[in-house]
Design a binder for this molecule. Structure first.
Ligand SMILES: [Zn+2]
Length: 196
C-alpha cells in the first residue's frame, strides 16, 4: 500500500455556526480488499436537518468493501452502516455501549437486522498492516485507524479534532503525533496534514 491508497471521500457537509464543514469518510485500498472507515449518511431526520443543515450524497459511499470501521457512532459516521448487512463492522465495545444511551446517536442506524459488529477492547489488528487504536476524548470509545503504508504511517483520526487546533490540543492527538505519522486525515477537514 502506498500513501495514496488511503483516500478521503467527501460525502456531504454540515452547517456549523454559519460555516459549511466537510463530512468525509475514508477508504483503504488494501490488497485483501477495500476497507471503509466510517459510512456517512444515507438518510436524515427533521431534527438533524434543523440542527445541522445537513447535505449528503449516499451515492458517494462505496459498497464493495470487505469490512467497515466506525471511528465512533455519532450519526454522521454510522448512518450508512445499514448498507453493509453481514459485513464485519469494527467498533470499540465501549462505543457500542455508549450508543445505546439516549441522545447519543440515531439508535436504529446502529442496531438493525444484519448488523455484524466486531467489538474490540483496545488496540487490534483488523487486516495486515491495518490496526485500530483507541483515541478517546471526542467520545469514550472513539478509535483511530493506523495504516502502515510503504510511504509511512497514515492515520485516520475521525473526530479526534474537528480542526487541527483542537486535534493538537487533545491528548489523543498528541498520542497520534507521537507515532510520527506521515499523513493524518480528520473527518471534518478537507485536506490532510502531511509530515516528513
Ligand atoms: Zn462525532
Amino acid at each position: 500500500m502506498k500513501l495514496d491508497d488511503v483516500r478521503a471521500i467527501q460525502y456531504g457537509d454540515v452547517l456549523v455556526e454559519g460555516e459549511r464543514w466537510p463530512n468525509s469518510i475514508h477508504v483503504i485500498e488494501h490488497p485483501d480488499g477495500r476497507i471503509l472507515v466510517d459510512t456517512g449518511m444515507i438518510d436524515s431526520t427533521p431534527e438533524l436537518d434543523e440542527q445541522w443543515g445537513i447535505r449528503f450524497d449516499p451515492e458517494k459511499i462505496p459498497r464493495d468493501v470487505v469490512c467497515v470501521v466506525n471511528t465512533h457512532l455519532h450519526f454522521d459516521h454510522c448512518g450508512g452502516n445499514r448498507l453493509f448487512l453481514g459485513t464485519p463492522i469494527h467498533v470499540q465495545r465501549v462505543e457500542r455501549e455508549a450508543a445505546r444511551e439516549p441522545d447519543y446517536t440515531i439508535p436504529a442506524w446502529v442496531e438493525f437486522d444484519g448488523a455484524t459488529y466486531v467489538e474490540h477492547d483496545g488496540e487490534a489488528e483488523i487486516a495486515p498492516r491495518v490496526r485500530v487504536l483507541p483515541t478517546p476524548g471526542h467520545t469514550a470509545g472513539h478509535q483511530s485507524v493506523l495504516v502502515d503504508t510503504d510511504d509511512g504511517l497514515v492515520v485516520l483520526a475521525g473526530d479526534v479534532g474537528y480542526t487541527w487546533k483542537l486535534f493538537d490540543a487533545s491528548e489523543s492527538g498528541q498520542l497520534l503525533m507521537s507515532l510520527r505519522p506521515r499523513r493524518i486525515w480528520l473527518a471534518h477537514q478537507a485536506d490532510p496534514r502531511d509530515l516528513r
